[in-house]
Design a protein around this ligand. Sequence first.
Ligand code: CAA
Length: 673
Amino acid sequence: MSFAYLYFALVGLKLEGKTKTFIIILYYSQSKFTVILCGTDMGEIRMNKMKITVIGAGTMGAGIAQRASQSGFAVSLVDVKDEFLKKGFEGIEKTLKKGIELGKVTEEQSKSIIENIKGTTELKEGAADTNLVIEAIFEDMEVKKKLFTELDELCDDSVIFASNTSSLSITELAKATKREDKFGGLHFFYPAAINRLVEVIAGEKTSSDTVDKLMDISQALGKTPILAKDAPGFAVNRFFVPWLNEACRMLEDNTANIPTIDKGAKDAFGIGMGPFELMNATGIPIAYHSQESLHKGLGEFYKPSERLKVQFELNETWDMTGEINDSALGTVKRRFYGVVFGVACQLAQEKVASKEDTDRGATIGLRWAQGPFALMNEVGIQEAYDMVNNIAEISNGTFKVPDLLKEQAESKKPWDLKTVRVTKENKTAIITMDRPEALNALNSKVLSDLRDIIKQIQKDEEITTVIITGSGKAFVAGADIKEMMEKSPIEAREFTYLGQAVLKELEDLNKPVIAAVNGVALGGGCELALACDIILASEKARLGFPEVGLGIHPGFGGTQRLPRLVGRAKAKELIFTADILDAKEAERIGLVNRVVAPDKLLEEARGIANKISRQAPIAIRLAKSAINKGCEMDLDTGLAYEVESVSMAFSTKDSKEGMSAFTKRRKPEFEGK
Ligand code: CAA
């Protein structure tokens, strides 16, 4: 048989409004011409090739456009007038200039970030071929609705719409379109290009697929997304705005003067600016309108303080002069804590956001040293209850202590704030290292949460495989350096034992574990991956051992497992130089099994898990143990071990089933017996 290629081309065709990519091959064989048209993987548009349209070139819109461009998305920035666009681009240039000064971006990168944003005053042009529209215009329900109705006509049905509103209902805005299921909130925080927090808001009709996509896109934007229900103030403004209001109430009832209140807030929340200084910087009208909007949605307790209203009407900034009164600081702190704790418990009770996400909102979005729930644990749960009760007592019946807090205080236990999550999908457990604010760094709490989950999975007979991945942009950035710094040598030794023990339990788990390395896996993070059976790495993954640069060396098994996997010489080179490898290089030296596109990582991991789940579970368990143990033995001992192990496998009911199914040409049905 002889054949010859005549033509080969990669073409993009527009089908049902979507651009699909095909390979066309025309060849001649056995006296016949054949044309082959095959779809490529690129039909599913890769995240970093997506186009994002941002509407509104104000401070927030311009910041979002910059972030999107910086993350590799194609970006259109739309506003009604050229002068607004010009101002938006000036803002972006200013931020990037600061970035260059700080060494965060190069001149060249800055230039290409700006060039990649196409400014236009034509909505149709900006919305053409887009995948996601983010609306960031001023807060007016009717104007926003009109815009979304127009966009609904212009955009393909598959396009997701998101609003950056901080105060309007997502459910209500979605009604202006025929795609309520593809409509959600993406609430960015100032400065949008830099602040890592984004609230993903699900309206009543937002589909779970849309929520997942908005979470994924937020991560691709380098953000830490938190999930919030469509309720007034969502998660963060629900407690942050009343925090500002409480400052004004304290001024009104003469608890203290402005400098004392600001000092109390700074001490209590570990922040650089108190509420009055902050309101002067960001604008008193925003504080007033946000409070008024909570008041309308949530009732009397949220009413703007008279003092705030007066200041808003005067259109003047707060007078920051005066002496700090140290004796009033304690009362000020208790009042702030009381309001923040009470509101945080209320919103968690209403399931607006989880306790963990509420805390994340405070630490990442507001840069508080700790979130409300961690702070309650620090001051003591009974003490926290008393502070909230005090607010309820002075609220004239407008605020009640949430039952969630009452029950917790009765239990006399601190809040259990999880740093590792686990979900079950059919027979697979997906473990997510969930401390994105610190790139999932391993501290004692993370290790203990991970240990609890490993124990739980070990006992769960329904689970046959495990996938472990990281939340946000990192897999795990190593052991927690900040926690380690505080440790004495004896404590550091205990911590190292703990890390080693937990990773050994993971390695010895009675089911296969697949590491889906989605971002950096450094030091302890790489050691976590090494304790897994199979390592898949996203193209964005970076792996290495920076410990010697910190004056220590790998301690969670890195000096032992790495040479066993990649050989002594490579292991020494990696550990001694602290070089960080990209995913391809890690694959080349055998550190990872294979490299996968970022948006396909979990899909690939699930695919492997499903394949494993179809095999005989006891055989898999015995094989895992034989490989792991065998690697520590000489060949003869290993072979002897294998004989015993495979004999055990022969004695299972599953072995009878597997072989009988083979001879009868049917699929085996394994029972794990
Ligand atoms: N421990 C504690 N906090 C960490 C951390 C770690 N290992 N890695 C990152 N973080 C925190 C940062 O301090 C930062 O917190 P703030 O926002 O409060 O400042 C947050 O995570 C985000 O990090 P960056 O701003 O640094 O993010 P980046 O994208 O600019 O840089 C990075 C990412 C290159 C991974 C950088 O964070 C980094 O170098 N991290 C440290 C990596 C490391 O040295 N790991 C080894 C630890 S030692 C070890 O693991 C010993 C062992 O064998 C057990």
